[in-house]
Ligand binder design. Structure first.
Ligand code: ADP
Ligand code: MG
Length: 437
Protein backbone atom coordinates (compact mmCIF):
# COMPACT_ATOMS: atom_id res chain seq x y z
CA UNK A 1 0.00 0.00 0.00
CA UNK A 2 1.54 3.18 -1.20
CA UNK A 3 0.38 5.40 1.65
CA UNK A 4 1.81 3.03 4.21
CA UNK A 5 5.03 2.56 2.27
CA UNK A 6 5.66 6.28 2.44
CA UNK A 7 5.13 6.40 6.17
CA UNK A 8 7.12 3.27 6.75
CA UNK A 9 10.07 4.60 4.83
CA UNK A 10 10.18 7.65 7.06
CA UNK A 11 9.74 5.59 10.19
CA UNK A 12 12.52 3.23 9.26
CA UNK A 13 14.91 6.06 8.65
CA UNK A 14 13.79 7.74 11.87
CA UNK A 15 14.54 4.66 13.92
CA UNK A 16 17.39 3.22 12.00
CA UNK A 17 20.01 4.14 14.54
CA UNK A 18 18.15 2.63 17.44
CA UNK A 19 17.18 -0.85 18.47
CA UNK A 20 13.60 -0.15 17.51
CA UNK A 21 13.72 -0.87 13.84
CA UNK A 22 12.36 -4.44 13.99
CA UNK A 23 9.15 -3.20 15.55
CA UNK A 24 8.37 -1.16 12.50
CA UNK A 25 8.79 -4.13 10.23
CA UNK A 26 6.08 -6.13 11.97
CA UNK A 27 3.43 -3.55 11.15
CA UNK A 28 1.23 -4.36 8.22
CA UNK A 29 -1.37 -2.23 6.54
CA UNK A 30 -4.85 -3.69 6.81
CA UNK A 31 -6.94 -0.94 5.28
CA UNK A 32 -6.71 2.65 4.20
CA UNK A 33 -9.14 5.30 3.15
CA UNK A 34 -8.69 9.02 2.91
CA UNK A 35 -8.78 9.66 6.60
CA UNK A 36 -8.03 6.39 8.31
CA UNK A 37 -5.16 3.97 8.17
CA UNK A 38 -5.51 0.63 9.95
CA UNK A 39 -2.35 -1.26 10.79
CA UNK A 40 -2.18 -4.88 11.88
CA UNK A 41 0.19 -6.32 14.45
CA UNK A 42 0.62 -9.99 15.27
CA UNK A 43 -0.39 -10.10 18.95
CA UNK A 44 -1.46 -8.06 21.92
CA UNK A 45 2.03 -7.77 23.26
CA UNK A 46 3.14 -5.95 20.11
CA UNK A 47 -0.07 -3.96 20.10
CA UNK A 48 0.59 -2.53 23.56
CA UNK A 49 4.21 -1.95 22.79
CA UNK A 50 3.64 -0.17 19.52
CA UNK A 51 0.79 1.85 20.95
CA UNK A 52 2.88 3.16 23.78
CA UNK A 53 6.09 3.66 21.82
CA UNK A 54 5.37 4.47 18.20
CA UNK A 55 1.75 5.31 17.71
CA UNK A 56 2.27 9.00 18.22
CA UNK A 57 5.08 9.18 15.69
CA UNK A 58 3.10 7.20 13.17
CA UNK A 59 0.11 9.53 13.47
CA UNK A 60 2.33 12.58 13.12
CA UNK A 61 3.95 11.19 10.01
CA UNK A 62 0.64 10.15 8.51
CA UNK A 63 -0.69 13.68 9.03
CA UNK A 64 2.33 15.37 7.59
CA UNK A 65 2.73 13.00 4.65
CA UNK A 66 -0.91 12.36 3.76
CA UNK A 67 -3.42 14.72 5.27
CA UNK A 68 -4.06 16.61 8.48
CA UNK A 69 -7.11 14.63 9.45
CA UNK A 70 -5.52 11.18 9.29
CA UNK A 71 -6.14 8.76 12.09
CA UNK A 72 -4.15 5.59 12.61
CA UNK A 73 -5.68 2.58 14.26
CA UNK A 74 -3.84 -0.52 15.44
CA UNK A 75 -5.48 -3.91 15.39
CA UNK A 76 -4.37 -7.47 15.98
CA UNK A 77 -4.05 -9.28 12.73
CA UNK A 78 -3.37 -12.90 13.47
CA UNK A 79 -2.84 -13.92 9.92
CA UNK A 80 0.40 -12.05 10.04
CA UNK A 81 3.36 -14.10 11.05
CA UNK A 82 5.56 -12.36 13.54
CA UNK A 83 8.61 -12.24 11.42
CA UNK A 84 11.44 -9.83 11.39
CA UNK A 85 12.43 -8.80 7.97
CA UNK A 86 16.08 -9.52 7.41
CA UNK A 87 16.63 -6.79 4.86
CA UNK A 88 15.40 -4.11 7.17
CA UNK A 89 17.87 -4.85 9.90
CA UNK A 90 21.11 -3.01 10.15
CA UNK A 91 24.18 -4.58 8.66
CA UNK A 92 26.76 -5.35 11.29
CA UNK A 93 30.40 -5.44 10.48
CA UNK A 94 32.88 -7.50 12.38
CA UNK A 95 36.41 -8.65 11.99
CA UNK A 96 36.95 -12.22 10.77
CA UNK A 97 37.56 -15.37 12.83
CA UNK A 98 35.12 -16.69 15.32
CA UNK A 99 35.47 -17.91 18.80
CA UNK A 100 32.69 -19.71 20.53
CA UNK A 101 32.81 -21.37 23.88
CA UNK A 102 30.49 -24.00 25.28
CA UNK A 103 27.88 -23.94 22.53
CA UNK A 104 25.88 -27.11 22.01
CA UNK A 105 26.21 -27.54 18.27
CA UNK A 106 23.22 -29.83 17.81
CA UNK A 107 20.70 -27.26 18.87
CA UNK A 108 19.94 -25.10 15.87
CA UNK A 109 16.98 -23.25 14.39
CA UNK A 110 16.95 -25.83 11.60
CA UNK A 111 15.87 -28.51 13.99
CA UNK A 112 13.69 -26.28 16.15
CA UNK A 113 10.02 -26.64 15.38
CA UNK A 114 8.01 -23.44 15.64
CA UNK A 115 4.36 -23.49 16.63
CA UNK A 116 1.84 -21.31 18.43
CA UNK A 117 3.48 -22.00 21.76
CA UNK A 118 6.94 -20.74 20.90
CA UNK A 119 6.56 -18.50 17.87
CA UNK A 120 7.09 -15.30 19.78
CA UNK A 121 10.21 -16.53 21.57
CA UNK A 122 11.57 -18.01 18.42
CA UNK A 123 10.98 -14.85 16.36
CA UNK A 124 12.70 -12.83 19.06
CA UNK A 125 15.58 -15.32 19.12
CA UNK A 126 16.01 -15.14 15.36
CA UNK A 127 15.92 -11.34 15.44
CA UNK A 128 18.62 -11.31 18.11
CA UNK A 129 20.77 -13.72 16.13
CA UNK A 130 20.51 -11.63 13.00
CA UNK A 131 21.36 -8.45 14.77
CA UNK A 132 23.19 -9.21 18.01
CA UNK A 133 23.24 -6.41 20.54
CA UNK A 134 20.82 -4.35 18.53
CA UNK A 135 17.46 -6.08 18.33
CA UNK A 136 16.50 -6.79 21.94
CA UNK A 137 18.92 -6.60 24.80
CA UNK A 138 18.81 -8.52 26.98
CA UNK A 139 16.54 -11.19 25.62
CA UNK A 140 15.01 -13.09 28.52
CA UNK A 141 13.48 -16.42 27.47
CA UNK A 142 11.16 -17.87 29.98
CA UNK A 143 9.38 -21.25 29.97
CA UNK A 144 8.70 -24.49 31.82
CA UNK A 145 10.99 -27.47 32.13
CA UNK A 146 11.78 -29.36 28.94
CA UNK A 147 10.11 -26.85 26.64
CA UNK A 148 13.16 -25.92 24.59
CA UNK A 149 14.95 -23.08 26.38
CA UNK A 150 18.39 -24.67 26.18
CA UNK A 151 17.72 -25.55 22.57
CA UNK A 152 16.75 -22.07 21.53
CA UNK A 153 19.51 -20.22 23.39
CA UNK A 154 22.10 -22.46 21.74
CA UNK A 155 20.41 -21.98 18.38
CA UNK A 156 20.98 -18.24 18.85
CA UNK A 157 24.66 -18.85 19.50
CA UNK A 158 25.02 -21.20 16.57
CA UNK A 159 23.30 -18.87 14.14
CA UNK A 160 25.39 -15.92 15.25
CA UNK A 161 28.43 -18.10 14.94
CA UNK A 162 27.52 -19.02 11.38
CA UNK A 163 26.44 -15.62 10.17
CA UNK A 164 28.71 -13.17 11.91
CA UNK A 165 32.42 -13.64 11.93
CA UNK A 166 34.79 -12.40 14.55
CA UNK A 167 32.51 -12.67 17.53
CA UNK A 168 33.34 -14.11 20.89
CA UNK A 169 30.35 -16.15 21.93
CA UNK A 170 30.00 -17.71 25.36
CA UNK A 171 27.29 -20.16 26.27
CA UNK A 172 27.26 -21.20 29.88
CA UNK A 173 24.79 -22.59 32.37
CA UNK A 174 24.31 -20.50 35.48
CA UNK A 175 25.55 -23.42 37.52
CA UNK A 176 28.84 -23.41 35.64
CA UNK A 177 29.08 -19.65 35.82
CA UNK A 178 28.80 -19.92 39.60
CA UNK A 179 31.38 -22.71 39.73
CA UNK A 180 33.73 -20.81 37.51
CA UNK A 181 33.44 -17.80 39.77
CA UNK A 182 34.11 -19.86 42.86
CA UNK A 183 37.22 -21.39 41.30
CA UNK A 184 38.59 -18.05 40.24
CA UNK A 185 37.90 -16.57 43.65
CA UNK A 186 39.68 -19.44 45.31
CA UNK A 187 42.69 -19.12 43.04
CA UNK A 188 42.64 -15.33 43.39
CA UNK A 189 42.28 -15.01 39.67
CA UNK A 190 39.27 -12.76 39.44
CA UNK A 191 41.00 -10.63 36.83
CA UNK A 192 41.01 -13.57 34.50
CA UNK A 193 37.38 -14.29 35.19
CA UNK A 194 36.40 -10.74 34.37
CA UNK A 195 38.62 -10.68 31.35
CA UNK A 196 36.69 -13.60 29.87
CA UNK A 197 33.11 -12.62 30.63
CA UNK A 198 33.38 -8.90 30.17
CA UNK A 199 35.15 -9.13 26.86
CA UNK A 200 32.83 -11.42 24.99
CA UNK A 201 30.47 -10.20 22.27
CA UNK A 202 27.58 -12.52 23.00
CA UNK A 203 26.86 -13.92 26.44
CA UNK A 204 24.30 -16.71 26.63
CA UNK A 205 23.33 -17.67 30.17
CA UNK A 206 21.09 -20.69 30.63
CA UNK A 207 18.84 -21.23 33.66
CA UNK A 208 19.49 -17.92 35.36
CA UNK A 209 16.96 -18.79 38.06
CA UNK A 210 19.78 -20.72 39.75
CA UNK A 211 21.45 -17.47 40.64
CA UNK A 212 18.90 -17.12 43.39
CA UNK A 213 20.61 -16.89 46.81
CA UNK A 214 24.09 -16.65 45.29
CA UNK A 215 25.05 -13.16 46.33
CA UNK A 216 28.56 -13.02 45.03
CA UNK A 217 27.55 -14.43 41.67
CA UNK A 218 24.75 -11.92 41.45
CA UNK A 219 27.14 -9.10 42.03
CA UNK A 220 29.52 -10.38 39.38
CA UNK A 221 26.65 -10.96 36.97
CA UNK A 222 25.43 -7.44 37.56
CA UNK A 223 28.76 -5.86 36.66
CA UNK A 224 29.30 -8.21 33.74
CA UNK A 225 25.87 -7.26 32.48
CA UNK A 226 26.50 -3.55 32.75
CA UNK A 227 29.82 -3.73 30.96
CA UNK A 228 28.44 -5.77 28.10
CA UNK A 229 25.23 -3.82 27.87
CA UNK A 230 26.98 -0.51 27.60
CA UNK A 231 29.06 -1.85 24.77
CA UNK A 232 25.94 -3.12 23.02
CA UNK A 233 26.98 -6.73 23.37
CA UNK A 234 24.14 -9.20 23.19
CA UNK A 235 23.03 -10.90 26.38
CA UNK A 236 20.49 -13.70 26.49
CA UNK A 237 19.09 -15.38 29.58
CA UNK A 238 16.81 -18.34 29.94
CA UNK A 239 14.84 -19.08 33.05
CA UNK A 240 12.00 -21.26 34.19
CA UNK A 241 10.72 -18.35 36.21
CA UNK A 242 9.84 -14.79 35.35
CA UNK A 243 12.32 -12.26 36.74
CA UNK A 244 9.82 -11.20 39.36
CA UNK A 245 9.32 -14.79 40.45
CA UNK A 246 12.97 -15.61 41.04
CA UNK A 247 13.38 -15.54 44.80
CA UNK A 248 16.27 -13.93 46.61
CA UNK A 249 17.93 -11.90 43.95
CA UNK A 250 18.99 -8.31 44.16
CA UNK A 251 16.49 -5.83 42.81
CA UNK A 252 19.07 -4.14 40.62
CA UNK A 253 19.80 -7.44 38.89
CA UNK A 254 16.12 -8.27 38.53
CA UNK A 255 15.51 -4.94 36.88
CA UNK A 256 18.29 -5.69 34.38
CA UNK A 257 16.56 -8.94 33.44
CA UNK A 258 13.40 -6.99 32.77
CA UNK A 259 15.06 -4.26 30.76
CA UNK A 260 14.92 -5.83 27.32
CA UNK A 261 12.42 -8.24 25.91
CA UNK A 262 10.87 -11.06 27.89
CA UNK A 263 9.62 -13.81 25.60
CA UNK A 264 7.87 -16.89 26.88
CA UNK A 265 7.71 -20.44 25.60
CA UNK A 266 4.38 -22.01 26.36
CA UNK A 267 3.43 -25.65 26.59
CA UNK A 268 3.12 -26.90 23.00
CA UNK A 269 -0.31 -27.67 21.61
CA UNK A 270 -1.08 -30.99 19.98
CA UNK A 271 -0.20 -29.87 16.47
CA UNK A 272 3.16 -28.56 17.56
CA UNK A 273 3.90 -31.74 19.44
CA UNK A 274 3.03 -33.77 16.37
CA UNK A 275 5.29 -31.57 14.24
CA UNK A 276 8.13 -32.03 16.72
CA UNK A 277 7.67 -35.79 16.74
CA UNK A 278 7.69 -35.94 12.97
CA UNK A 279 10.75 -33.74 12.71
CA UNK A 280 12.66 -35.84 15.24
CA UNK A 281 11.57 -39.07 13.60
CA UNK A 282 12.70 -37.77 10.25
CA UNK A 283 16.06 -36.69 11.63
CA UNK A 284 16.51 -40.10 13.26
CA UNK A 285 15.31 -41.92 10.14
CA UNK A 286 12.43 -43.70 11.82
CA UNK A 287 9.04 -44.03 10.22
CA UNK A 288 6.30 -42.66 12.41
CA UNK A 289 2.83 -42.38 10.91
CA UNK A 290 0.25 -39.81 11.95
CA UNK A 291 -1.59 -42.18 14.16
CA UNK A 292 1.50 -42.90 16.23
CA UNK A 293 2.44 -39.25 16.24
CA UNK A 294 -0.95 -38.24 17.63
CA UNK A 295 -0.90 -41.10 20.10
CA UNK A 296 2.42 -39.83 21.45
CA UNK A 297 1.32 -36.21 21.39
CA UNK A 298 -1.87 -36.88 23.31
CA UNK A 299 -0.13 -38.95 25.89
CA UNK A 300 2.70 -36.74 26.88
CA UNK A 301 2.07 -34.06 29.37
CA UNK A 302 3.93 -30.89 28.72
CA UNK A 303 7.48 -31.97 28.36
CA UNK A 304 9.21 -32.34 25.02
CA UNK A 305 12.00 -34.30 26.61
CA UNK A 306 9.42 -36.92 27.56
CA UNK A 307 8.32 -37.11 23.92
CA UNK A 308 11.90 -37.70 22.87
CA UNK A 309 12.20 -40.51 25.39
CA UNK A 310 9.22 -42.30 23.86
CA UNK A 311 10.61 -41.88 20.39
CA UNK A 312 13.99 -43.24 21.38
CA UNK A 313 12.35 -46.26 22.87
CA UNK A 314 10.20 -46.84 19.80
CA UNK A 315 13.12 -46.53 17.46
CA UNK A 316 15.30 -48.84 19.55
CA UNK A 317 12.52 -51.39 19.52
CA UNK A 318 11.99 -51.12 15.77
CA UNK A 319 15.68 -51.49 15.06
CA UNK A 320 16.43 -54.28 17.53
CA UNK A 321 13.44 -56.42 16.65
CA UNK A 322 13.33 -55.42 12.99
CA UNK A 323 9.62 -54.71 13.44
CA UNK A 324 7.71 -52.17 11.43
CA UNK A 325 6.08 -49.68 13.75
CA UNK A 326 2.37 -49.20 13.83
CA UNK A 327 -0.01 -47.89 16.46
CA UNK A 328 -0.47 -51.30 18.10
CA UNK A 329 3.22 -51.92 18.33
CA UNK A 330 3.70 -48.40 19.68
CA UNK A 331 1.09 -48.89 22.40
CA UNK A 332 2.57 -52.24 23.32
CA UNK A 333 6.11 -50.92 23.51
CA UNK A 334 5.16 -47.86 25.50
CA UNK A 335 2.45 -49.40 27.62
CA UNK A 336 4.53 -49.27 30.76
CA UNK A 337 5.28 -45.60 30.24
CA UNK A 338 2.02 -44.26 28.93
CA UNK A 339 -1.04 -44.88 31.03
CA UNK A 340 -3.49 -47.21 29.45
CA UNK A 341 -6.85 -45.56 29.11
CA UNK A 342 -9.36 -45.67 26.36
CA UNK A 343 -9.77 -41.94 26.74
CA UNK A 344 -6.54 -40.06 26.51
CA UNK A 345 -6.95 -37.01 28.64
CA UNK A 346 -3.96 -34.90 29.49
CA UNK A 347 -3.40 -32.16 32.01
CA UNK A 348 -2.90 -29.95 29.02
CA UNK A 349 -6.45 -30.66 27.82
CA UNK A 350 -7.80 -29.95 31.26
CA UNK A 351 -5.94 -26.68 31.58
CA UNK A 352 -7.23 -25.54 28.22
CA UNK A 353 -10.81 -26.47 29.06
CA UNK A 354 -10.68 -24.74 32.43
CA UNK A 355 -9.04 -21.66 30.99
CA UNK A 356 -11.67 -21.47 28.28
CA UNK A 357 -14.51 -21.88 30.74
CA UNK A 358 -13.27 -19.05 32.93
CA UNK A 359 -12.08 -16.93 29.99
CA UNK A 360 -8.49 -17.00 31.22
CA UNK A 361 -5.24 -17.87 29.55
CA UNK A 362 -3.58 -21.20 30.27
CA UNK A 363 -0.53 -19.17 31.31
CA UNK A 364 -2.63 -17.62 34.09
CA UNK A 365 -3.31 -21.07 35.46
CA UNK A 366 0.41 -21.84 35.41
CA UNK A 367 1.37 -18.52 36.94
CA UNK A 368 1.76 -17.72 40.60
CA UNK A 369 -0.93 -15.04 40.52
CA UNK A 370 -3.11 -15.15 43.59
CA UNK A 371 -6.14 -13.15 42.56
CA UNK A 372 -9.20 -15.17 43.36
CA UNK A 373 -10.53 -15.17 39.83
CA UNK A 374 -7.33 -16.96 38.77
CA UNK A 375 -6.56 -18.98 41.89
CA UNK A 376 -9.93 -20.70 42.00
CA UNK A 377 -9.89 -21.86 38.36
CA UNK A 378 -6.32 -23.03 38.94
CA UNK A 379 -7.47 -25.12 41.89
CA UNK A 380 -10.31 -26.53 39.85
CA UNK A 381 -7.89 -27.43 37.07
CA UNK A 382 -5.63 -29.18 39.59
CA UNK A 383 -8.60 -31.04 41.00
CA UNK A 384 -9.67 -32.21 37.55
CA UNK A 385 -6.11 -33.18 36.69
CA UNK A 386 -6.05 -35.36 39.75
CA UNK A 387 -9.40 -36.98 39.06
CA UNK A 388 -9.30 -37.36 35.28
CA UNK A 389 -5.70 -38.39 34.70
CA UNK A 390 -3.51 -40.65 36.72
CA UNK A 391 -0.82 -38.05 37.20
CA UNK A 392 0.76 -37.90 40.63
CA UNK A 393 0.62 -34.79 42.79
CA UNK A 394 4.22 -33.82 41.99
CA UNK A 395 3.59 -34.29 38.25
CA UNK A 396 0.55 -32.06 38.45
CA UNK A 397 2.53 -29.47 40.38
CA UNK A 398 5.25 -29.55 37.76
CA UNK A 399 2.79 -28.92 35.01
CA UNK A 400 1.17 -26.06 36.78
CA UNK A 401 4.26 -23.90 36.54
CA UNK A 402 6.36 -25.95 38.87
CA UNK A 403 4.27 -25.73 42.01
CA UNK A 404 4.98 -27.77 45.08
CA UNK A 405 2.98 -30.99 45.44
CA UNK A 406 1.59 -29.78 48.78
CA UNK A 407 -0.08 -26.91 46.92
CA UNK A 408 -1.73 -29.42 44.63
CA UNK A 409 -2.94 -31.58 47.51
CA UNK A 410 -4.37 -28.52 49.22
CA UNK A 411 -6.16 -27.43 46.04
CA UNK A 412 -7.60 -30.85 45.33
CA UNK A 413 -8.93 -31.18 48.87
CA UNK A 414 -10.33 -27.70 48.83
CA UNK A 415 -12.25 -28.17 45.60
CA UNK A 416 -13.46 -31.60 46.67
CA UNK A 417 -14.94 -29.95 49.76
CA UNK A 418 -16.34 -26.97 47.88
CA UNK A 419 -18.15 -29.16 45.39
CA UNK A 420 -20.26 -30.47 48.25
CA UNK A 421 -21.10 -27.06 49.60
CA UNK A 422 -21.20 -24.67 46.71
CA UNK A 423 -23.62 -25.20 43.87
CA UNK A 424 -21.96 -22.84 41.41
CA UNK A 425 -18.56 -24.49 41.84
CA UNK A 426 -20.15 -27.86 41.42
CA UNK A 427 -21.86 -26.73 38.21
CA UNK A 428 -18.67 -25.28 36.83
CA UNK A 429 -16.72 -28.46 37.50
CA UNK A 430 -19.45 -30.63 36.01
CA UNK A 431 -19.69 -28.48 32.92
CA UNK A 432 -15.95 -28.54 32.28
CA UNK A 433 -15.84 -32.27 32.87
CA UNK A 434 -18.65 -32.80 30.39
CA UNK A 435 -16.90 -30.69 27.81
CA UNK A 436 -13.85 -32.87 28.16
CA UNK A 437 -15.92 -35.95 27.30
P1 ADP B 1 14.61 -26.74 28.63
O1 ADP B 1 15.97 -26.19 28.53
O2 ADP B 1 13.55 -25.71 28.45
O3 ADP B 1 14.37 -27.56 29.84
P2 ADP B 1 15.44 -28.24 26.31
O4 ADP B 1 15.87 -27.13 25.43
O5 ADP B 1 16.49 -29.04 26.97
O6 ADP B 1 14.39 -27.72 27.39
O7 ADP B 1 14.47 -29.18 25.44
C1 ADP B 1 14.24 -30.54 25.76
C2 ADP B 1 14.34 -31.35 24.53
O8 ADP B 1 13.25 -31.03 23.66
C3 ADP B 1 15.60 -31.06 23.75
O9 ADP B 1 16.13 -32.27 23.27
C4 ADP B 1 15.15 -30.19 22.60
O10 ADP B 1 15.91 -30.41 21.43
C5 ADP B 1 13.72 -30.63 22.40
N1 ADP B 1 12.87 -29.53 21.93
C6 ADP B 1 12.29 -28.59 22.69
N2 ADP B 1 11.57 -27.74 21.95
C7 ADP B 1 11.70 -28.15 20.68
C8 ADP B 1 11.18 -27.69 19.43
N3 ADP B 1 10.36 -26.62 19.36
N4 ADP B 1 11.53 -28.35 18.32
C9 ADP B 1 12.32 -29.42 18.39
N5 ADP B 1 12.83 -29.93 19.52
C10 ADP B 1 12.53 -29.31 20.66
MG1 MG C 1 17.55 -26.29 29.84
Amino acid sequence: MEAWDKIKKELVSMYKDTNDDPWITILNPVSFDNNALVLGVPDDFSLDWIKSHYHEDIVKLARSLLNDAMSVELVIDQREELEVNKQNLLPVEYAPTNNSKGLLKNYTFDNYVVGESNKFASAAAVAVSQNPGRAYNPLFIYGGVGLGKTHVINAIGNLINDDHTGLNIIYITTENFVNDLVNHLRDRKMDMFREVYRNCDVLLIDDIQFISNKERSQEEMFHTFNTLYEEKKQIVFTSDKLPKEIPNIEERLRSRFEMGLIADIQVPDIETKVAIIKKKAEDDHILIDDEIAFFLAYNTQSNIRELEGYLTRLSAYAILTKTKLNIHVAKEVLSGLIRKKDKWLTIDDIQKAVAMHFKLKVSDLLSAKRMKFIALPRQIAMFLSRTLTNASYPEIGLQFGNKDHSTVIHSVNKIAAMIQENQSIKDAVEKIKKGLG
